[in-house]
Design a protein. Sequence first.
Length: 214
Amino acid sequence: MRDNLHKERKSYEKGELSERSVDANPLQQFRKWYYETEHTGGVDEVNAMTLSTIGTDGYPRGRVVLLKKYDENGFYFYTNYNSEKGVSIQNNNHVCLSFFWPVMERQVIIKGIASKTSEADATNYFHSRPKGSQLGAVVSNQSKEIDSREALESRLLELEKLYENKEIPKPKDWGGFVVAPVEIEFWQGRPNRLHDRIRYRLQGHDWEIDRLQP
């Protein structure tokens, strides 16, 4: 078993970030970085992000989910509201989102307040998904125990037959969350571990920009 990772290191030299070059609006800065990463290539899912919550047991927990859209209201993702993450958010809606794009040597870390999207928004998104994904949401009682994989697949086959020529109704406990940001940090790797860290903090209706030490 290998346990010494001291030599696992690299020098970050692909970019720089300054207070003078960033957009005054962090959502516009995020949009710029997102599209730069997407167009550079080398990242399978640019919209993959780590969602961190505080569980009902008091422990923090992170998991990778997919960003589905973002606008002036915040960052959107969709899930079963009765899942571990859904219950955690409804118990404590202070969450963190983080993106890591190694091909660009960049991270984005977002602190925010999560709230449910409208039922209309959730329904519209649900029906935009592939039929297999819709059925998966109906089949899975997410985060709950199940006896076997076979039981899950058997239930899926039943529903495939039931909804073969029918619209699949959105489960009532399935929907979206939007994370309204209160703080966003943009991290650009730099040589000698002297990374650039530019932080936006919401002060009233305005964003205050400052630099953090690496």
